[in-house]
Design a protein around this ligand. Structure first.
Ligand code: G4P
Length: 320
């Protein structure tokens, strides 16, 4: 896969979460509503020792509302889990968050037993923006570079409600290839870590079958109905978009790098319509495939290792 990033401060964040979680009542996992499955940390349950979890589907303003409803239903059916949708236009998100946390941990509250909450999420998911809204200040710095929230910080939301922030974190092994592409498309991965053309092609491959109308409208592809677009090669669609936008290299050739940047920018800005890149059902299939492939890889590696080892008899010199 083309997505390669350094986990950076992941190990220290992991350590900080493991330490902090001992005194935590509820974990808030901020997810990107456009890719809830892919933006969920696969190590979180283990790191947080199964603490009750509030899944906040953030940036819902950019996501497909029907699919957000599917994801909320999916999460709300899980034990010790609640899910709410959110976006930055919400001026008082604290009410919803505080209410959901009290539902998850009903015995906490009051000065003697304040609610202690840990918030985590991938880079660029909107954590700093949310915390700024919650605190009404500029305590957390926001920015468009992945992973700008650096230090764990405690925020007092009320006298009996504490929130600990953690740095945005990605994990080093993404076993679902589509997750890598979706994370890159969303802006969670620094731009040097992936090939924009490859990610844009994967993105178009999904969008042409699921959100053709949005692409046709934004790029003024009036000649392409949904069926024709779905039947097109991803490369041909990227080429058509580049041509429409005047991303040319000369001699009529399309600047595919530029075209890819345009596609990603339009997607991130929500200009292709409200889009969600995965449904719970799709993600479950991708995950099962990814886990199977990962197990096969591990088995092959173990077999190779075994092959390379000297036979026990030979090693101990007890050959007859
Ligand atoms: P982080 O701390 O999790 O890394 O994310 P941060 O809050 O810095 O937000 C990353 C980007 O996502 C910011 O945009 C922010 O405005 C945007 N964002 C956050 N929440 C929402 C939301 O609910 N909906 C939408 N549509 N966008 C959201 P940016 O590109 O850095 O620029 P700017 O908006 O600050 O100009």
């Amino acid at each position: 896969m083309a997505i390669q990033w350094f986990p950076g401060h992941m190990y220290s964040t992991q350590k900080a979460i493991t330490e902090r979680v001992k005194d935590i009542d509820v974990v808030i996992e901020l997810l990107d509503a456009r890719l809830p499955g892919s933006s969920a940390n696969p190590m979180l349950a283990e790191l947080t020792a199964g603490r009750p979890t509030l899944k906040v589907l953030n940036k819902q303003d950019l996501a497909d509302p029907e699919r957000t409803a599917l994801w909320l239903a999916y999460y709300n059916a899980l034990p010790a889990t609640r899910a709410i949708p959110l976006d930055a236009s919400q001026t008082t998100p604290a009410q919803q968050i505080v209410k959901a946390c009290h539902e998850l941990s009903p015995n906490r509250g009051g000065l003697a037993k304040p609610m202690r909450v840990l918030i985590c999420g991938i880079p660029n998911v909107g954590k700093s923006t949310l915390i700024n809204t919650l605190t009404g200040s500029r305590k957390a710095k926001t920015g468009d570079e992945a992973g700008i929230t650096k230090l764990e910080q405690r925020i007092t939301l009320a006298d009996d409600f504490y929130l600990w922030d953690t740095p945005g974190m990605l994990w080093p092994r993404i076993i679902v290839p589509r997750s890598g592409y979706n994370l890159a498309a969303s802006g969670a991965v620094g731009r040097n870590a992936f090939d924009e053309e490859e990610v844009a092609l994967e993105l178009l491959g999904y969008l042409k079958s699921n959100y053709a109308a949005g692409i046709a409208a934004r790029f003024k592809l009036v000649e392409l109905d949904a069926e024709t677009m779905a039947g097109m090669k991803d490369e041909a669609l990227l080429d058509t978009i580049g041509r429409k936008r005047g991303a040319l290299l000369g001699k009529g050739r399309v600047n595919l790098q530029k075209a890819a940047e345009i596609v990603m920018h339009e997607f991130r800005a929500g200009n292709l319509g409200r889009i969600t890149l995965e449904t719970p059902e799709e993600f479950a299939v991708w995950l099962a495939d990814g886990q199977r492939a990962d197990a096969e890889r591990a088995a092959k590696k173990a077999a190779r290792k075994q092959k390379g080892k000297p036979k026990p008899e030979a090693a101990s010199g007890q050959d007859a």
